[in-house]
Design a protein around this ligand. Sequence first.
Ligand code: PRP
Ligand code: URA
Length: 209
Amino acid sequence: MENVHILNHPLIQHKLAILRNKNTGVKEFRELVSEIAGLMCYEATRNLPTEEVQVETPLTTATCRVLAGKKLAIVPILRAGLGMVDSMVDLIPSAKIGHIGLYRDPETHKPVEYYCKLPEDVGNRQVFVVDPMLATGGSAVAAISFLKEHGCKQIIMMNIIACPEGVQAVREAHPDVEIYVAGMDEKLNENAYILPGLGDAGDRIFGTK
Ligand code: PRP
Ligand code: URA
């Protein structure tokens, strides 16, 4: 599928199998979300532009490459997206971080916005929107629309688990956005939860159920 990258790296798949297990406890779940996000970040940043620089080593001059182009921003969709931020910041320490707070109304499954704080210059940055779950796609579509209203033009989305319904919704609303996922699941159930999925990501990260 165009614009959708399924990351079937063995380390990611192994960690995802443990993450899905209902017997995996809060501590391990949180660690795995973070580790998977770090590995996904490595893949999702693969095409960032670089430029040549000369570096003086203790012995001679080395021709090296460093990141070029736009600066980066990481934007988690609260709450569950927070679990993916730390490992990404470890890899990209200069990235700025924005927050978009959305929750799904339990009846309508539509996203409800409750918080938003973005870096002032977010419109000039390459943005990585992160959220472990892409279910109906309502939250992702709303978050990306919001970022575009703030001038963002280069947006990559990272989800640990997605399903066809969510991917289609994002592709229809935002065909310019590249989507990186670790697992592409089968479908949604009647409560708009992903099957087989991993349950409620926010509750499992924060231990709220
Ligand atoms: C979950 C998840 C996504 C959203 C996905 O968050 O983290 O943000 O649902 O569903 P959608 O694709 O149908 O919009 P939730 O609303 O449960 O909030 P939480 O992270 O605060 O638990
Ligand atoms: N949000 C979750 O946390 N899990 C799902 O399966 C769907 C939405």
